[in-house]
Design a protein around this ligand. Sequence first.
Ligand SMILES: Cc1cc2nc3c(=O)[nH]c(=O)nc-3n(C[C@H](O)[C@H](O)[C@H](O)COP(=O)(O)OP(=O)(O)OC[C@H]3O[C@@H](n4cnc5c(N)ncnc54)[C@H](O)[C@@H]3O)c2cc1C
Length: 501
Amino acid sequence: MGMKIVIVGGGTAGWMSAALLARACRGRVADIELIESAEIGTVGVGEATVPPIQVYNHYLDLDIREFIQKTAATFKLGIEFKDWTHIGHRYFHQFGPIGVELQGGVAFHQFWLKMRQMGETIPLEEFSPNAVAAYTGKFTLGKGDDPNPLAYAYHFDASLYALYLRDYAEKRGVKRQEGKIVSVQQHPETGFVTGLTLADGREIKGDFFLDCSGFRGLLIEETLKTGYEEWGQWLPCDRAVAVPSAGTGRLEPYTRSTARAAGWQWHIPLQHRTGNGYVYSSSHISDEQAAETLLANLEGKPLADPRFLKFTTGRRKKAWNKNVVAIGLSAGFIEPLESTSIHLIQTSLFRLLGLMPLPDFDQTSEDEFNRLCRIEMEHVRDFIILHYHAVERTDSDLWNHVRTMKIPEGLQYRIDMFRNRGRVARFNEQFLFVEGNWVPVMLGQNIIPRQYDPLVDAVEWSESRRILENIRTVCREKVAGMPTQEDFIARHCASPVAAMA
Ligand SMILES: Cc1cc2nc3c(=O)[nH]c(=O)nc-3n(C[C@H](O)[C@H](O)[C@H](O)COP(=O)(O)OP(=O)(O)OC[C@H]3O[C@@H](n4cnc5c(N)ncnc54)[C@H](O)[C@@H]3O)c2cc1C
């Protein structure tokens, strides 16, 4: 065998890494060993994903029905944002397209803007099959002949997900060690990590290390002192309190995010329970008040005591340093408002596959990895800041701060461009959020362009208006024939875990 790769940590990041590397190496190329400590445990709260997770699942060649059943997963068509713009307001950030292209080169929302300017205020989401299905509780998988199936991701139980991937990885040769790492050995000259010692004296040597040890960054920070860039000036939330609650019988096929005085609350329906949490700024509310607010706003009875988590928003200055690559929380953290962390694990892993190290390390691979991680994290950061900044709320210190703060230049540029003509600046298009994401969030947060695209007027308005109505009708009709998510899951992929709940 060539190299020995050691993965430190068995949370979502550790087991996603182990499964992917096992699949990529196929029992050749590298030996893979993973160390995890039950005593330390995992964060265990990442439950909402975005559609590209299907790329990861596909790479692993998972049996999707089994994946859903084993992780008690449900389907997610997007995110509802309640009370963000102002209290009483809501909008939907759907996956998949809104409308269709009516005219080459002119985005659909430009026609919607003209309609709005002419006094018709039909919600944008009525032109999205995903949003219509979400709000009517419907879900189905596209059949082979459906050119526009619903775009979806999953909600799943994070602990069950790690167990599921562990089984996958171990079956493909990943060696697992249970134990607490108490010391790290480094090469005296290069500083490269050479081995780890567990509390019981076991020693584990390796050529390349993935640091999936969570926020602490056991190798990347505690050992290599890489440094961390903090983004709290734009994203002041630094705590979360999470609690699972009993399901209500309804499985809304979307994540709900409700803005609160000092942050926001998530609601994630799984097959066997609902995941809830309040992400908040500790400068604006106490832990006790946050927990009280969360418990007062549950739809089902709590199933455990509230669990508190602390975090510092930002990124590790270099996710790859020497022979250590940080994946997951050890590489940085941006609050889960758009469910991006698991996605960032996935993209880091595919990036690593594209730059797979050899024993004689190559600085350009490290630099390229770090360059792309930085751009990607900043891209996600700006998208999240948009949600906080473009608000009308004046009811608390947090909202007054984020509404009036100076934001990163790139984001300001995007907002200005959209406000002027409804156009989305096109850079970093290879990353997660594209025009179809920026538009519903910008409009949802009431950034209304001054003027629609002049090319809209190239088409006779009565004709455009007729097509708009047609799209709306097609969305409604397409969704009307779908089963509810509850029925769909009962028929195709009910989890035995749910039956036991
Ligand atoms: C409040 C909150 C909500 C979130 N919601 C979402 C979401 O909806 N969607 C999403 O995509 N992401 C979400 N995330 C992020 C997601 O939870 C993480 O990205 C994901 O769980 C990965 O965590 P991890 O594996 O990096 O770290 P952890 O889960 O912390 O795992 C660390 C591992 O390292 C091990 N370890 C640490 N030190 C040692 C040691 N000394 N010896 C041996 N082992 C050690 C631990 O035992 C553990 O196995 C959320 C995060 C938070 C904080």
